[in-house]
Design a protein. Structure first.
Length: 112
C-alpha cells in the first residue's frame, strides 16, 4: 500500500494506510514519528533553529529538530539515515557540549 496526494506530497504516507479491499491496515513510520515527537515536545514548545543537518543524494545523512518546552527542557530529535552507528556532538551556544551515539537508521530523542 502506497499513498500519495494528487498534486501534493509524493513522499507523504499518512499515519495509517487502509486497504479497503481486505480491510487490513498498517501504521506508517509517520505514525511512530508523531508519537516520538508528541511524547517529548509539549504544547506551547518553541522551535529551535538547529544547524548541521545534511542529506546526501542517496538519502543518507542526519536530520534534526530542536524545541524548548515551557518548563525549560530542551528536546533534540535526530534521525540517523546512515546504515552505520555514528557519534554525534551537539555544540550549544552556552558552551555545554552534549555527545552520544546514534544507532544506524534510527530516530533518537535527547533531553537536555
Amino acid at each position: 500500500m502506497d499513498v500519495s496526494y494528487p498534486g501534493g506530497c509524493t513522499r507523504c504516507t499518512g499515519l495509517v494506510q487502509v486497504d479497503q479491499k481486505d480491510g487490513s491496515y498498517k501504521l506508517t513510520k509517520d505514525f511512530y514519528n508523531l508519537g516520538q515527537f508528541s511524547k517529548f515536545v509539549k504544547q506551547g514548545a518553541k522551535y529551535l533553529n538547529v544547524e548541521g543537518d545534511y542529506v546526501w543524494d542517496d538519502g543518507t545523512g542526519i536530520e534534526s529538530a530542536g524545541f524548548v518546552n515551557n518548563d525549560g527542557t530542551v528536546v533534540l530529535i535526530v534521525m540517523n539515515k546512515f546504515s552505520d552507528d555514528i557519534h554525534l556532538t551537539l555544540k550549544t551556544e552556552v558552551g555545554k557540549d552534549v555527545e552520544g551515539k546514534l544507532k544506524a537508521r534510527s530516530l533518537s530523542t535527547w533531553l537536555i
